[in-house]
Design a protein around this ligand. Structure first.
Ligand code: NAP
Ligand code: MG
Length: 398
C-alpha cells in the first residue's frame, strides 16, 4: 500500500522513561508503516530540558501554536530525587505547566471505554469528559505560617496606587494563612475552551462551584461562564441540542454519580485535579485515560493522562519486557492525527486514525490485553501480553 500523506506537520514532544520507550515502538509498528509522518520533533526528555534551560519546552509550545496540533509523551517533573538521579544543574519547571501557560489552555481528560472493562460506577454509560481550569487558585498560592497571634489582612495595591485592605482574621494564636488569585481573562478563556470543545463534541457542559460560600471568588466563575455562554454560545448550543448547566459543586458531585455520563464537567483547578483521578480510577485504569490541552485560539495538544510509569521503566532497564499499557499513548497519536486531518481536509488520514483506534479497542475486546486490564477484565482475558506483543497484535488487526 502507498503510505498516507500528511499536508502539514504536527509538533512531536518526546518524553521520559517507559513512555519514551513505548513512544518509539508505537511509531515504528503502528504509524510509520502506514503514514508518511510529518512531525517537528522536540526532545523533552529531562536531560535535554536541563541542558537547554527549558528552552526546548518553550520552543515546543511555540511549535504547537504555529502548527495548531501537537502530540506529547509523558515527562518527568523534576524534584530533589530526580536532580540526583539525572545529575541536573537545576530544578526544571513542569513542562506541562509551561505549555499550559504558553497556550493559556484548558486540559480535557476523557476515559476510553471498552466492553470488557466494567466501570465501577454502573450508571455511567458514556465517558465523562473532565475540563480542568489549569490556571491559578491554590496552584499559584502564597502561604505562610505564623508563630504568634496577630492580624491577617488582604491588601491589593492597584496600578493607579489605590489600596484596598480587608481583614481576613484577628488571629488569637499561631496559625496558617493563604492568598490565592485568578484572572478574569483566564476564566474567560477557560469558559471559551469548554464551550468550544463541547460544541465540537456535541455534549452538554456542567459547571459547579461553591458560590454560596465564596460569593465573590467562586461567584466570579459563575458570572463569567454565564456571560460568555449567553453572548457567544447560547444560539449555537440551542441549534446543537445541548445545554449549559450550573449548580453548586456538592450538588454537581452528587448528580455526576447518578448520571449516565456523556457530558463535559468543567471544574475549577483543584476540583479538576481531584475529580479527574476519581473518574480515571472508576473507569478502570489510568492507562485508559486521554488528555487534551485546548487553547482558546483553537490549538490542540494530545497526550496520555498517566505519567512516565517509572516503576515499570526500572524493571525494563533490568531486562524485563514489561506489560505497560500503551493505549492512552496510541490515542494521543490518533487524536493528533485526526485533528490534523480535520484542519487540513485529508480524509485518508482521518480514516487511518479511526482504524487504529478501532484496531486497538477490538484487540482488547477480543480478550487480548496488558496486565493492568487483565486484572479487571470481565470476561477474563484470553491472553495477557507484554507491551511489545500487544502492539504487534494491534498491528496485525490494523
Ligand atoms: P504514573 O507514571 O502515572 O504511574 C503510576 C502507576 O500507575 C504505575 O506504577 C502503574 O502501576 C500505573 N500505570 C500508569 N500508567 C500505566 C500504564 N500505561 N500501564 C500500566 N500501568 C500504568 O505516575 P508516577 O509513577 O507517580 O509518576 C512517574 C513520573 O511521571 C513522575 O516523574 C511524574 O513527574 C511524571 N508524570 C508526568 C505526567 C505527564 O507528563 N503528563 C503526568 C503524571 C506524572 P503499577 O506499578 O501498579 O503497575
Ligand atoms: Mg490529580
Amino acid at each position: 500500500m502507498a503510505k498516507i500523506q500528511m499536508k502539514n506537520a504536527i509538533a512531536e514532544l518526546d518524553g521520559d522513561e517507559m513512555t519514551r520507550v513505548l513512544w518509539a515502538v508505537i511509531k515504528e509498528k503502528l504509524l510509520e508503516p502506514f503514514v508518511e509522518l510529518k512531525t517537528e520533533y522536540y526532545d523533552l526528555g529531562l536531560k535535554n530540558r536541563d541542558d537547554t534551560d527549558d528552552k526546548v519546552t518553550y520552543d515546543s509550545a511555540a511549535a504547537i501554536k504555529r502548527l495548531k496540533v501537537g502530540v506529547k509523551c509523558a515527562t518527568i517533573t523534576s524534584n530533589a530525587a530526580r536532580m540526583k538521579e539525572y545529575n541536573l544543574k537545576q530544578l526544571t519547571r513542569s513542562p506541562n505547566g509551561i505549555i499550559r501557560e504558553e497556550l493559556d489552555g484548558t486540559v480535557f481528560r476523557a476515559p476510553i471505554f471498552v466492553k470488557n472493562i466494567a466501570c465501577s460506577v454502573t450508571s455511567w454509560k458514556k465517558p465523562i469528559v473532565l475540563g480542568r481550569h489549569a490556571y491559578g487558585d491554590v496552584y499559584k498560592n502564597c502561604e505562610l505560617k505564623t508563630d504568634q497571634p496577630g492580624k491577617a489582612e488582604l491588601v491589593f495595591t492597584g496600578a493607579d496606587g489605590k489600596e484596598i485592605r480587608k481583614t481576613i482574621q484577628e488571629m488569637k494564636g499561631p496559625g496558617i494563612i493563604q492568598g490565592i488569585h485568578n484572572l478574569d481573562s483566564s476564566i474567560e478563556s477557560f469558559a471559551r475552551c469548554c464551550f468550544s470543545y463541547a460544541l465540537d463534541q456535541k455534549i452538554s457542559v456542567w459547571l459547579g462551584t461553591k458560590d454560596t460560600i465564596s460569593k465573590t471568588y467562586d461567584g466570579n466563575f459563575k458570572a463569567i461562564f454565564q456571560r460568555v455562554f449567553d453572548e457567544e454560545f447560547k444560539a449555537k448550543f440551542d441549534a446543537a441540542g445541548i445545554e449549559y448547566f450550573y449548580t453548586l459543586i456538592d450538588d454537581a458531585v452528587a448528580r455526576v454519580m447518578k448520571s449516565e455520563g456523556g457530558f463535559l464537567w468543567a471544574c475549577k483547578n483543584y476540583d479538576g485535579d481531584v475529580m479527574s483521578d476519581m473518574i480515571a480510577s472508576a473507569c478502570g485504569s489510568l492507562a485508559m485515560m486521554t488528555s487534551i490541552l485546548v487553547s482558546p485560539n483553537g490549538e490542540f495538544e494530545y497526550e496520555a493522562s498517566h505519567g512516565t510509569v517509572q516503576k515499570h521503566f526500572y524493571r525494563y532497564q533490568a531486562g524485563e519486557k514489561t506489560s505497560t499499557n500503551p493505549v492512552a499513548l496510541i490515542f494521543a497519536w490518533t487524536g493528533a492525527l485526526a485533528k490534523r486531518a480535520e484542519l487540513d481536509g485529508t480524509p485518508e488520514l482521518a480514516a487511518f486514525a479511526k482504524k487504529l483506534e478501532k484496531a486497538t479497542l477490538d484487540t482488547i475486546e477480543s480478550g487480548v490485553m496488558t496486565g493492568d486490564l487483565a486484572r479487571i477484565a470481565e470476561p477474563k482475558a484470553s491472553k495477557v501480553l507484554n507491551s511489545w506483543e500487544f502492539i504487534d497484535e494491534i498491528a496485525k488487526k490494523l
